[in-house]
Design a protein around this ligand. Structure first.
Ligand SMILES: [Cu+2]
Length: 96
């Protein structure tokens, strides 16, 4: 049991790193999903300040990293996300 107690926090720490890939430094920003357009592959988000993009709080359209991510988004949902420019387009690259 003593070994178990020691191992558990270590495993938890390793797992935490495993699920946070390149974007370790990226800060999550809160937002509310206003509209999801599956056909266009776009989502409208009412977001708080995006510090990494030097952007104040506003409502705007993003792309998502992939369709699977887009499909998890529902209108009215409160999300925490990381956005960045991907090929010049503002894209949600991480989602909690
Ligand atoms: Cu914006």
């Amino acid at each position: 049991m003593i070994r178990m107690k020691l191992a558990t926090p270590l495993i938890a720490a390793l797992l935490a790193f495993a699920v946070v890939p390149a974007a370790i430094a990226a800060e999550y920003t809160k937002g509310v999903v206003k509209k999801v357009d599956l056909r266009a592959g776009k989502v409208t988000v009412i977001h708080e300040e995006l510090k990494n993009l030097d952007m104040p709080a506003m409502t705007m359209v993003f792309r998502t990293a992939d369709d699977a991510m887009l499909e998890t988004l529902k209108e009215g949902a409160e999300i925490e996300f990381v956005a960045d420019r991907v090929a010049g387009k503002l894209t949600i690259i991480e989602l909690k």
